[in-house]
Structures are given as structure tokens and as C-alpha cells.
Design a protein around this ligand. Sequence first.
Ligand code: ADP
Ligand code: MG
Ligand code: MG
Length: 215
Amino acid sequence: AAAALGLHAVSAIAAVRDVVVEHEQELGNLDAIAGDGDHGIGMRRGVDAAVAAARSTASNDVGASVHSILAAAGEAWSEKAGGTSGALWGTAVIAAGAALGNKDSYTSRDAAAAVEAFSSAITELGKAELGDKTMVDALLPFRDAFTAAISGGAPVGRALAVAAAAARSAAEQTAKLRPLKGRARPLAEKSVGHPDPGAVSFGLIVERLGRHIDA
Ligand code: ADP
Ligand code: MG
Ligand code: MG
């Protein structure tokens, strides 16, 4: 059972890679408005490395746990992506994997704990707050909606779909904000009217994960 779960983790990361590749150009263009334009390529490099590391961990050890697969994926993501978002995503993937640990099966409560660990890793490392116009503006509404749905008895796929919708709409709403953290800050005025790239990529990724897990 543990090996099958490891393969689920690998295929989830591959689904994340697909959506990043599909939106790479768009994310780069968004980051170019007030940032340095590398959000698409950075996310692509990070998630490519994460998929490769996850696959090699799973093939070197047929019994590889979700924990070890996500640890390898997150480490590779941080290392290869470069940039702020790469460090944040890599650290958060590692934290989610550590929260999941190595079990034979997972409950929806375990999924909620993983989301909480992912979210805390990002806010602890990046220190951004709601309204700073970062991915945190999509992440916290996602975490809250996910936790509420799970507490209300929703299965993981349903909770993810509901929470992803919250993240997507929160990401769009960052358009009206002025960036207070990260590289976009010096060109804050230019950013107004456009959503934060990291919030948009986060929304797209969790939306795809929701569809992947429901499928
Ligand atoms: P870089 O800014 O190093 O070029 P990216 O372009 O890949 O990295 O990522 C930019 C995104 O990172 C921003 O759109 C924002 O969502 C996110 N970000 C920047 N700083 C922080 C922070 N302190 N906390 C959370 N997210 C942040
Ligand atoms: Mg950038
Ligand atoms: Mg950069």
C-alpha cells in the first residue's frame, strides 16, 4: 500500500508539472510587468527537477514512502528553480511530505494537516502577510477553505476543488493590491491592475491537483 501511495505522489507532481508548462509563458509575462519576468521559467525548472527527483526516488526504492518522495522533490525544486518562489515551493513540499510521514493509508484529516504544514512553511520562511500581494494571498484562503471543507466531512477531492476555487478568485483579487514584498515592490505602481504571479500560479496548481485527485 505504501508503494502505491508513493506512485500517487509521483503522479500528482507530474500533474503539477503539466499545468506549470501550460502556463509558463503567461506566468513569465505577468512577472515581467513589475518583477523580473522569470516566474514561468523558474516554476518550470523547479517542477521539472521535482518530477525527476520524485521518479528516481520511486524507481530506486519500490517501497519509497510519500515522505521520502516529497522530500526529494522539494529539495530538487528549491535547488533548481532559483528565485523566491522556488525556495518557498521547495520548502513547502518538504514540509507537506514530513506532515504526511510514512503510512499505509491516509485520511482526509492527514490531508488537512499536510495543507496546514505547507502553508505554515511558506509564511514562516517568506514572512508575507495577507495583503502584501504574494502567493500568500491565495494560499491562506485556500488553506481556510480546505480545512473548513474537511471539517464539514467533504472528501479530499471535493475539498480541494472548493479550496482551489477560493484560491483562484483570491489570486484574481490581488490585481487591486500594491506589492509590499518581493521583487515587484520597487515597481509597485505598474503592478496595480495585474494579479500577483505567485498567487496565480498557486491557484492554477491547486485547481489542477483537485481535478487530478478527483479523476
Ligand atoms: P523572484 O521574485 O525571485 O524572481 P519568482 O518570480 O519565481 O521569484 O516568484 C515571484 C513570486 O514569489 C511573487 O509573485 C510572490 O507571489 C512570491 N513571493 C515573493 N516574495 C514572497 C514572500 N516573502 N512570501 C511569499 N511569497 C513571496
Ligand atoms: Mg521573478
Ligand atoms: Mg528572479
